[in-house]
Design a protein around this ligand. Structure first.
Ligand code: CP
Length: 316
C-alpha cells in the first residue's frame, strides 16, 4: 500500500481485516516502524483519530509528531501560480516538501467547507499533499471520505456478526450542525465490499451522492428499513443534493429503543462523537445494543494495519 487516501487503496478487504484482528489479539514484537516518523496534521478537531493513530504508530515503533495545522501552522495557499500578497503565508509546494524531510508518512485531516461541492469533491487539500509530498499520505478524514473509520467499522461488524449474511442499515439521524458526508460515504463504499445485505435509510433530500450509493437501496421509511436489521449504523450528514444544508425533517429520526424493536436485536454503531438524545438516545447508548466504545477501540488496530502495510511497502 503506497498511500491510504481512499478505500480503493485496499486491494483485499478481508486480508487487512484479518491483519488488524491479529494485531489486536497480539501485538507482534517486531517493530517495522523503528527509526521512522509519522507526522499528523489536523486542520480540524479530533479525539479518536488523533489518539488512536498516534497509539498505532507507537505500537509499530514509530516516532510521532502532531500539529494542529489550522491553529499553529502558517495559513496555506493551494492555488498554483497564486500571487501570495494576502493572508496565505506558505504554499503547499514548500509545506509538503518540507514535511517530507521530517516525516516518513504524513497523515492529514481536512474537512470539507460544505459550500462548494466541486471544490470539496476535488479533495484539493489531501490531493495537494499527495502531489507535493515525497512520502506516503494517510487520510485522517477528508472532504469526502473517512477510510480509517470505514476499516474500523468493517472490523467491528466482523467481530460481532453471527449471521451468514447480516443485514446492515446505515441510518441518518438529526444534528443541529451541517456535517460532512465523509463517514457515511466511506461506510457505504465499505459495505459494498463485504458479504452483507446493506440498506441506507434517510429522509428525502438526504440521499448520498449517486456515485457513492452506486445502486445501493435507499429506503426513506426508517421503520421499514430497520426490520430484521443485525447492525444499525447511525450517522448524521448534511444534504448532498442541497449541498451542505440542514433541511427541515418532519418525522423524528433519533435512534431510541422503540426504533430497535423490529430489528434482530441490532447492534448499534456510531463513529463518535455522538450528541446524546439528539442522534442516539441514552436508552440505546447505555444498553447492550451499543457497541460504540468497542468500535472506537478498533480505531487503533485499523490504523496499525494500514501504517504497517505502508511501512512494508516502503521497505520493498
Ligand atoms: N470518529 C472520529 O473520527 O472521531 P474524531 O473526530 O474524534 O477523530
Amino acid at each position: 500500500m503506497k498511500n491510504y487516501i481512499t478505500l480503493s487503496d485496499i486491494d483485499h478487504v478481508e486480508t487487512i481485516i484479518r491483519e488488524a484482528r491479529s494485531l489486536k489479539s497480539k501485538n507482534p514484537s517486531s517493530k517495522p516502524g523503528k527509526g521512522k516518523t509519522l507526522g499528523m496534521l489536523f486542520f480540524n478537531n479530533s479525539l479518536r483519530t488523533r489518539l488512536s493513530t498516534e497509539k498505532a504508530a507507537k505500537l509499530l515503533g514509530m516516532e510521532v509528531m502532531v500539529m494542529n495545522a489550522d491553529k499553529d501552522g502558517w495559513a496555506l495557499e493551494f492555488e498554483d501560480g497564486a500571487v501570495m500578497n494576502s493572508d496565505k503565508a506558505e504554499h503547499i509546494k514548500e509545506a509538503a516538501a518540507v514535511l517530507s524531510q521530517y516525516c516518513d508518512i504524513i497523515a492529514v485531516r481536512a474537512f470539507p467547507g460544505l459550500k462548494d461541492k466541486e471544490k470539496d469533491e476535488s479533495e484539493h487539500v489531501l490531493n495537494s499533499f499527495k502531489k507535493y509530498a515525497s512520502v506516503p499520505i494517510v487520510n485522517l478524514e477528508s472532504a469526502t471520505g473517512h477510510p480509517l473509520q470505514a476499516l474500523t467499522d468493517a472490523i467491528t461488524i466482523q467481530e460481532f456478526n453471527k449471521a451468514v449474511r447480516p443485514k446492515v442499515v446505515l441510518s441518518w439521524a438529526p444534528h443541529p450542525k451541517a456535517l460532512p458526508q465523509s463517514v457515511a460515504n466511506s461506510f457505504t463504499e465499505m459495505m459494498q465490499r463485504l458479504e452483507v445485505d446493506f440498506v441506507i435509510t434517510n429522509p428525502e433530500g438526504y440521499d448520498l451522492a449517486p456515485h457513492v450509493r452506486n445502486g445501493v437501496k435507499v429506503e426513506h421509511d426508517q421503520e421499514k428499513a430497520f426490520k430484521d436489521a443485525d447492525f444499525v449504523y447511525v450517522k448524521n450528514w448534511s444534504s448532498y443534493e442541497d449541498y451542505g444544508q440542514v433541511l427541515n425533517v418532519e418525522k423524528n429520526w433519533t435512534i431510541d429503543q422503540a426504533k430497535l424493536k423490529n430489528t434482530n436485536n441490532a447492534k448499534v454503531m456510531h463513529c463518535l462523537p455522538v450528541r446524546r438524545n439528539v442522534v442516539i438516545a441514552d436508552d440505546v447508548l447505555d444498553s447492550e445494543n451499543s457497541i460504540v466504545i468497542h468500535q472506537a477501540n478498533n480505531r487503533t488496530f485499523a490504523a496499525q494495519a494500514v501504517l504497517k502495510r505502508i511501512l512494508e511497502c516502503r521497505k520493498e
